[in-house]
Design a protein around this ligand. Structure first.
Ligand SMILES: Cc1cc2nc3c(=O)[nH]c(=O)nc-3n(C[C@H](O)[C@H](O)[C@H](O)COP(=O)(O)OP(=O)(O)OC[C@H]3O[C@@H](n4cnc5c(N)ncnc54)[C@H](O)[C@@H]3O)c2cc1C
Length: 302
């Protein structure tokens, strides 16, 4: 089921059909804050009132022209201005293929530079999402050079990749803040750990490494076992709750989100918005096949 959903997430005809469907907002509402920046900023304001931070994701990936990449960059510049005007203290999360990485690396770097500069002026940072394994080397290259230039970027590491231990060592040496996630793409066996137990074991190992040597690490997971391990690792090192943060996706495990905030931990929610929701939505379904049955039940009811 997971492989099928990830395969379908890359079919352009299905994507176009789904994204243009009028009924779509009924079933995307749970995972996506809305179609417009205003919807997303409202969601961030609601979260802020509950003492929860946010990172805004304007949905979209793999643009096919420099004009589209510049449009994405401009949309993020607007998002950064909206965050500053409403004093939301949120970050933005960007995908480099959305900023033109497939077309021209120099243009993509320039778009990242403009976003990081604007984020610096408005007192926040940009988080660079990690996409499938073919982009990892180039993404880390751009993140580390932007970190040297402005210092306000966060890298993402996927625990399912065999290379991630070495990448975390490098990012700790360079003092680049890291978001640790498990990884959401369909990867070949040689590149990624295939079984959940193996991925979890690597995630645990990287928690300990980041708590020891990382700069304000972020643990992006809904897995309670991993969350409790991170808390235990912080306590073992006498790290206060402000030294790290948890991150979760909009609409997932809201019970656990509230529990962590009640316990005094820092939490940031990844808030996606925009029209290009299909690949993101399909990855969320693939993570938990029960979501597919939930969706089908609601479609039948409607
Ligand atoms: C803030 C944030 C940013 C991310 N950024 C990236 C990125 O840049 N690159 C990338 O490859 N991946 C990214 N991911 C996705 C991540 O890699 C995983 O695919 C996703 O978080 C599911 O893994 P998990 O750690 O929650 O653990 P899992 O072992 O998959 O799940 C643990 C439990 O969490 C709950 N859960 C998990 N997913 C869902 C879901 N979709 N619906 C309902 N319940 C669910 C279930 O209760 C499940 O039992 C990000 C995740 C988060 C939270």
């Amino acid at each position: 089921m997971r492989t099928l959903l990830l395969y379908l997430s890359h079919r352009p005809w299905l994507r176009n059909w789904m994204q243009n469907s009028h009924a779509a907002s009924r079933f995307t509402r749970r995972f996506i804050a809305g179609r417009t920046l205003d919807h997303a900023l409202e969601a961030c304001a609601r979260l802020k009132s509950e003492n929860i931070a946010a990172t805004l994701d304007r949905l979209g990936e793999n643009v096919t022209s420099l004009a589209e990449a510049e449009a994405s960059r401009d949309a993020y510049l607007n998002a950064l201005r909206g965050i500053a005007e409403r004093q939301l203290g949120a970050t933005v999360s960007v995908k480099l293929t959305q900023l033109g990485l497939d077309i021209s690396e120099p243009h993509c770097r320039e778009n990242v530079r403009m976003l990081a500069e604007c984020a610096g002026q408005t007192g926040t940072r940009i988080e660079i999402d990690m996409e499938s394994s073919e982009y990892v080397e180039r993404t880390l290259g751009i993140v580390t050079s932007q970190h040297t230039a402005t210092g306000n970027v966060r890298a993402v590491i996927q625990a399912y990749l065999h290379r991630s231990g070495e990448d975390v060592d490098m990012l700790c040496r360079e003092k680049v803040p890291v978001r640790l996630c498990k990884g959401a793409y369909a990867e070949p066996h040689g590149v990624a750990i295939a079984d959940k137990q193996g991925v979890d074991a690597n995630y645990s190992r990287l928690i300990r490494k980041l708590m020891a040597d990382g700069v304000h690490p972020a643990f992006a997971t809904h897995d309670e076992k991993m969350i409790r391990e991170a808390i235990a690792a912080a306590r073992q090192r006498n790290l206060p709750p402000e030294a790290f943060e948890f991150q979760m996706l909009y609409g997932i495990r809201r019970d656990l989100q509230r529990e962590l905030v009640r316990e005094g931990f820092r939490l940031r929610i990844y808030v996606p918005f925009g029209d290009a929701w299909y690949p993101y939505f399909m990855r969320r379904l693939a993570e938990r096949p029960a979501n597919v049955w939930f969706l089908l039940k609601n479609l039948l009811k409607a």
